[in-house]
Ligand binder design. Sequence first.
Ligand code: ADP
Ligand code: MG
Length: 698
Amino acid sequence: NLHTSCRFIRGVGPARAKSLERAGIMTVEDLLFYLPLRYEDRSRFTEITALKPGEPKTIEARIGKAKLVRTRKRGFTILQVSLTDRSGEIRAIWYNQPFLRNILLEGREAAFFGAARVARRGRSELVLENPKFEILSPDDPEKIHTGRVVPIYQRIGPLSPRQIRRILHSVFLALPSRIFDPLPEEVRLRYGLLDRVTAFRNVHFPPGPPQEPYNRGTSPAHRRLVFEEMFLLQSGLAMQKRVRRQTVRGRDYSTTPELRRKLRSILPFRLTLAQRRVLKEIVGDLRKPSPMNRLLQGEVGSGKTIVALLAMLIVIENRYQAALMVPTGILAEQHYLTIKKYLRGKGYRVELLTSSVKGVKRKLILEGIASGMVQMTIGTHSLVQEKVRFRRLGIIVIDEQHKFGVRQRGRFQEGGAFPDTLVMTATPIPRTLTLTVFGDLDLSIIDQLPPGRRPVRTFLREEKDRPSILEYVRREAKRGRQAYIVSPRLEETGRSRLRAARTLMQQLADGPFAGLSIALLHGRMKPEEKEKTMAGFASGRTSILVATTVVEVGIDVPGATIMMIENAERFGLSQLHQLRGRIGRGKVGGVCILLTGEEANPEAQIRLQKLVDSHDGFVISEADLEFRGPGELLGMRQSGVPDLWWARVLRNRDLLEKATEAAFLVFSGNQTDKEGSEGWERYVEERWQRKFGRIQVG
Ligand code: ADP
Ligand code: MG
């Protein structure tokens, strides 16, 4: 049975089960989804004499004499082992792993995998450098580890790839030939997918001669399993969406001509066409009986704030409350000031609720929220985490959603009686990923910048150019321009970071920026200090802001036109694009200088060049996806969804849309087999919770 605990598998005792559990593998099904990293063809070993430089191959060889060489550099070792097969002999070497001497014992047979290289230039002798290996024991009657294409797994704690292989092999011996298949048969047939047992079998122990698609993760077996996971994820989302559609909000919003006139009087500029279109979509949602759940995606500076403000005002005018939640105190403060400015003299009660609002003031605001007197509350996650009770919460706007977890979003909603939700993000998530991360949301896109914007000019420079860049910044600052200097050095941990920050500031203040007003902003500062520093910069009193990436999200200081980013190679492209979005917001075009550090490799240069060449957030995020993988892109490193999973999904990107289509088809509501589908839904819920329940974006 697939739900059997791993403990009961032959060859897995309590200790091994513990190790598996620690890796999140509880059941047989989990184990079956632990896919091999790669495959080795051990059905035909390559003969040593047939090895060619640069081609990864597997050989089967007898281990000969080993020699451990210590180089003059202290502690550096080279282990040399001679390997022989029928055809000849080759030398294998391992650096700094002297302990291998006790494993690679003379006379043993082993499989070695790796690419040979020429031992010395101009000679024909080859050498294997750090090859992967597996000792072949003579007692392998089942031919699990050799004589076939074998799966190579990533080690799980103390469990070696070989042990994992054996465990999986015994799983298949006990596996019934028919198991519950979460893919409905019609879906399987429609998309020509393998049945589940076959897919599991083949993915772990590929039949027949080796095929490249297996190593690429695009074999029919892989595709079937990837499809299943995508289908599962999408089914969960579709189910959520269906529940939402069936929910009745119980409020009726009207937009009278009078209200429209009032809103227009607040607008300081004409909305762009894109803003108007999106606003219309939002108003359409507000008129429906079910609550809104919409994602508003728009390039940095495209003007999402004003759209959100208008939506909130419509709700407020209908006598409900609005909440705007943002990821940082700085951003909350900024939104608060901007919105206060727009609404000056209009008689709305707007309050700011961040962790730096304390004491009596906080108490009064909380009371105002509870009584319904406070119409709009702008705050950080303190809006959800504390006991903030709204009297009649009608709409929640979440800005810069990529910094919030999906779960957090959920918690907020549980608080009110089905409030409308508008989620905003400037992260141009590739469409494929939008579906997986925000799949239960309807999508609106602002694909147009306000008129008169000039693109930021971007330059790629090296460490040696630093003095001349600083000189440039100084000259511009003297002319009244403002600049950001973003440094990842300020983000190093603990005390060393503080020292780094202070040193950097001192160097700048004493040297290139002597006589200019400069300030420091980093994540470890107290909220009040941060807000004060930011206010100084926004007002123009401070010319140069030396900062960490805390300025990345949403900051809008039109006077700032220059940004220098140190060690740009350490950031993802999308993140740099966000940072760059902070400048060039006014009438003067911005200048962004990407400075690469000394350790930056040539690949980094190629990557960063993308930013010089493009201003299209979607193009940039696609590039990010190629270079760094989605984990980086979405800041989901600790999400609980392994990168490998994403990697597999992305290599089969075409399946994503099919799986989405299929899931939404199945879950659109008009099923014929009512009973069967209920069992199915339970299955989806259970597995979804386990697999994706932990997805946290940012
Ligand atoms: P983002 O979408 O990045 O949150 P903001 O809402 O902060 O962008 O808007 C960026 C800037 O553009 C703000 O200074 C805002 O006042 C200005 N802006 C927004 N919409 C328009 C418009 N239609 N015409 C002119 N300026 C606009
Ligand atoms: Mg914004």
